[in-house]
Design a binder for this molecule. Structure first.
Ligand SMILES: Cc1cc2nc3c(=O)[nH]c(=O)nc-3n(C[C@H](O)[C@H](O)[C@H](O)COP(=O)(O)O)c2cc1C
Length: 361
């Protein structure tokens, strides 16, 4: 593998930084200790992001980063060993990484897909997944996770309607506005640290409406009250893509995740699943918010001051539970999304450079 940087650590991190994170927040910074040792300084966004109030979304992303490091290390004839710093704050997962050289290590076939893997938020083909592809995807997550598939027209339609209703929750929730109004880079096909508007999945008219609305909560509220403002985005972002895919899926852990380590490991499995789907020519979009809000309801996490919205989320969590196959499944679910054959997205999030990701005390 070509060395762009002086240290093996930097060369590996340069590939691993393509790991996915909620809203492309890249909740990590890197401290190089020496050529074969570095520290991942992770953090969560619970202080400002309503989708991360327990830190789990960030922990999954950091787990995906660790798996990316392990995969990238194989291309540099190294094995990565991870040590979670037990004294670190819960909001700041800190992981010491040691790279052990090993001439016999073969490059992981997923390595080439690290920078290619990306979200596709637009409609996909409805062609069912082949048995071969399903089996490869099921194998990719290892022994401690299962995939629950939601397939067939009827089930996809149910999932799409759930996402459509869930879209309303996201758009009428005042607590989500600070996130929605800051994560989109307007008039862009690419963005280093946000989501470019062209990757969101809206057409020009809906996009203009959203751009106008996102200037203030007053505007969003006006649109929602008088012009059925949530309708068009929900049809384009949730309903149609929810129908137009091969399947929805849920990654279900063997045991209910409880600790930070459980979520980091789950993130590792997510990344293997996502990279494998890219290798198989499949496109994927996470659909995490029903799972996130169901978790809040279950754990009594206060995510809104508006009682009506809370009650709406309670109703949605019941529908979600039914769709997923009951409480036993939902408690162990760590990741939800849709998947299907189709072209990769033309617009996508990029990443901060290694220099920009350097840890500063
Ligand atoms: C834990 C996690 C949750 C995510 N949730 C969603 C989601 O609910 N909807 C969505 O469209 N994308 C979701 N994403 C995808 C991110 O927005 C995406 O990975 C990020 O913007 C970087 O873009 P890329 O994956 O195309 O490189 C999620 C990603 C992660 C890691």
């Amino acid at each position: 593998m070509k060395n762009r940087f002086q240290t093996t650590a930097e060369n590996i991190l340069d590939h691993a930084r393509w790991a996915p994170s909620g809203d492309n927040m890249q909740t990590w910074r890197f401290e190089i200790v020496d050529t074969h040792c570095f520290i991942v300084h992770g953090y969560d966004t619970r202080d400002h992001c309503v989708y991360d109030l327990e830190g789990h979304a960030s922990q999954l992303a950091i787990g995906a980063l660790l798996e990316s490091i392990a995969i990238a290390a194989s291309a540099f004839k190294c094995r990565a060993e991870f040590q979670l710093d037990e004294n670190a704050l819960e909001t700041k997962p800190t992981i010491n990484v040691q790279l052990i050289e090993d001439k016999n290590i073969e490059q992981d076939p997923l390595f080439l897909y690290l920078p290619k893997r990306s979200v596709q938020r637009r409609m996909l083909k409805t062609t069912p997944l082949s048995l071969k592809d399903k089996s490869k995807l099921e194998q990719s997550v290892g022994n401690f996770y299962n995939i629950k598939w939601i397939e067939g027209w009827r089930a996809r339609l149910q999932a799409a309607f759930l996402m459509y209703k869930n879209g309303r929750l996201r758009l009428i929730l005042p607590e989500a506005f600070p996130t929605h109004s800051t994560i989109i880079e307007w008039n862009s096909r690419f963005s280093d640290d946000k989501i470019p508007d062209q990757a969101v999945g809206l057409d020009m008219v809906a996009m203009r409406m959203m751009r106008w609305a996102m200037k203030s909560w007053k505007r969003v509220s006006f649109l929602n009250t008088f012009l059925a403002g949530t309708l068009l985005p929900r049809i384009e972002l949730d309903l149609l893509p929810g129908i137009a895919c091969a399947a929805h899926f849920s990654l279900v852990a063997e045991k209910e995740p409880r600790t930070m380590e459980d979520y980091l490991n789950a993130g590792r499995a997510v990344q293997r699943f996502w990279l494998t789907s890219t290798m198989l020519g499949l496109q994927l979009q996470p659909e995490m918010t029903p799972l996130i809000f169901s978790g809040y309801i279950k754990n009594k996490v206060e995510f809104t001051k508006t009682q009506k919205i809370h009650d709406y989320a309670v109703d949605l969590s019941k529908v979600f539970k039914r769709l997923m196959g009951g409480e036993a499944v939902i408690d162990k679910a760590v990741f939800v999304g849709r998947i299907g054959y189709g072209k990769p997205a033309k617009a996508r999030s990029l990443r901060l450079s290694l220099e920009q990701l350097e840890y500063k005390r």
